[in-house]
Design a protein around this ligand. Structure first.
Ligand SMILES: C[S@@+](CC[C@H](N)C(=O)[O-])C[C@H]1O[C@@H](n2cnc3c(N)ncnc32)[C@H](O)[C@@H]1O
Length: 260
């Protein structure tokens, strides 16, 4: 996608993720190689059963990184398209795809404006991807546009509770609330990628306004012995008390509203 079509925060995130990509894959590639597991604590899809049977389905990953998830789903028979806003991340994806002899389409674009065709996917998903780092007032309508009627949108991200409890500039969440709930939208810190979040009621209304029906909100609790390349023991103790990550599971309504 040409830079002129990118939103300002997507352009900033592209620059930052291009910069982070090599270190990110070096630090987390080992954990991510255990593909088919969700979030920083790697809770297995085989237990959570978020995506269902992907065989023969048209699947889009929004913010694929090095495409470990997409390679796994391709191996299960999905027709995969994997998109990322960072060309450096997609370079890592090409290396892993070649190693796995997995051939599918990679797209360099923002999840806010993919350039892909209307109603062309049965499943749109990501694991801390474009739905975290794109403006939700753009990414949710875009994902809804891409889904066929009845199709599933599923994505993991931080919870509003975590974002409220994480003081700016700190390495860890605290047990006090530090960020105002009502203002949740854009989360910006110097040197960090811009992330997005919403109050719970606003999430529900945004889904509803885009003809998406909530099926589930899976709040992820790591096991007591969980290990992560992203988080330490303090963070695990926090996540054992409060939800750190969750997965929205919503489907495209089978009826269209009169206005569409
Ligand atoms: C934390 S990584 C997660 C990637 C992958 N799911 C993983 O577990 O490694 C976030 C990814 O989102 C991508 N990203 C950031 N902003 C994006 C946007 N607006 N659209 C699509 N992808 C984006 C980044 O380039 C990065 O690859």
């Amino acid at each position: 996608m040409g830079d002129s079509l990118l939103s300002a925060h997507a352009a900033r995130n592209r620059e930052l993720w291009d910069h982070f990509a090599a270190d990110y894959q070096k630090k987390h590639g080992g954990q991510l190689a255990k593909a088919g597991a969700w979030g920083v604590w790697q809770l297995p899809e085989s237990q959570l059963r978020v995506l269902g049977d992907v065989s023969g389905r048209d699947v889009l990953e929004l913010g694929c990184g090095a495409a470990q998830w997409s390679i796994a789903l391709h191996g299960l028979g999905a027709r995969v398209t994997a998109l990322d806003n960072s060309e450096r991340q997609l370079e890592h994806a090409r290396v892993l795809m070649a190693a796995a002899a997995a051939d599918f389409t990679l797209v360099h674009a923002s999840a806010e404006s993919t350039g892909l065709a209307n109603e062309s996917f049965d499943l749109v998903f990501c694991d801390h991807g474009g739905m975290t780092y794109g403006d939700l007032y753009r990414t949710v309508p875009e994902a809804a546009r891409l889904l066929r009627i009845g199709g599933l949108l599923a994505f993991s991200m931080h919870t509003p509770i975590l974002d409220m409890a994480w003081p700016f500039g700190s390495d860890h969440p605290s047990d006090c609330l530090a960020v105002d709930y009502w203002d949740l939208h854009t989360l910006e810190e110097p040197g960090e990628a811009v992330a997005f979040q919403l109050p719970y009621g606003t999430w529900i209304r945004l889904f509803r306004d885009n003809e998406l029906v909530v099926e589930d909100l899976l709040e992820l609790r790591p096991p007591a012995d969980a290990r992560s390349s992203y988080r330490d023991d303090l963070d695990r103790a926090w996540a054992r008390r409060w939800p750190m990550e969750h997965i929205w599971r919503v489907h495209r309504s089978s009826t269209r509203s009169p206005r569409s």
